[in-house]
Design a protein around this ligand. Structure first.
Ligand code: ATP
Length: 198
């Protein structure tokens, strides 16, 4: 990502451990429904809300994210959080993106489970000043439990629920099962080649 971004850009952060079809469907749905020019995929160095003892090295997650995103011209993958290292706070990332891309209008793309936790993120009000929230519903995430004042401020995508998670994919692969069609073939090939999730 060399040239400054312009237009409507959604920041899409995650562990991407590994990226799966849920991530792809939600990024594309947001692009389509919210009229985005770009979806900026951002693998976290250390996700704030997760204790993943076996989080693969950043370069592996970055490579898998690039493979997952490569055939959509609106998708861009950034290593900003991996370069920054340490716990990856979204508010820090948005500050850096606003400074580097003053012509771009940012949104933040999250799943319904992340919305349910949003109040516990670092500086949620500052995030909302810098970005609109675009939310893809997620099975098990109770939208009714979200503070109504927050719910009024989000764009909730009306799309099919997709009951797939990186956890379920890792469990399948560790059990020697196939995750084909839940994860792009190129990502599965990369994981196999590098002995991830065995
Ligand atoms: P894990 O199972 O390891 O916790 P995950 O599948 O939730 O991982 P992340 O990389 O943590 O994947 O997710 C990045 C973002 O994508 C989060 O905002 C999450 O809510 C959202 N997301 C992931 N999968 C889905 C899904 N199936 N439906 C809706 N949102 C999703």
């Amino acid at each position: 990502m060399d040239a400054p971004l312009t237009g409507r850009v959604a920041l899409f952060g995650g562990s991407f451990n590994p990226p799966h079809l849920g991530h792809l469907a939600l990024a594309e749905a947001a692009r389509d429904e919210a009229g985005l020019d770009r979806v900026l995929w951002m693998p976290a160095a250390v996700p704030p809300h997760k204790q993943e003892a076996d989080l693969p090295d950043g370069p592996h997650r970055l490579a898998m994210t690039r493979l997952a995103a490569e055939d959509n011209v609106a998708f861009v993958v950034s290593d900003l959080e991996l370069q920054r290292a340490g716990v990856s706070y979204t508010v820090d990332t948005l500050r850096a993106l606003n400074a580097a891309h003053p012509e771009a209008a940012f949104s933040l793309l999250i799943g319904g489970d992340s919305l349910a936790q949003f109040a516990s993120w670092r500086e949620p009000e500052e995030i909302l000043r810098r970005a609109d929230l675009i939310v893809y519903p997620r099975p098990g995430a109770d939208m009714a439990a979200v503070d109504p004042a927050l719910r009024r401020r989000v764009i909730l995508l009306d799309r099919p629920l997709l009951d797939v998670s990186s956890t379920a994919v890792r469990d399948l692969l560790r059990g020697g099962r196939s995750a084909r069609y839940l994860v792009p073939d190129r990502v599965l090939a990369y994981a196999a080649e590098h002995g991830l999730y065995r």
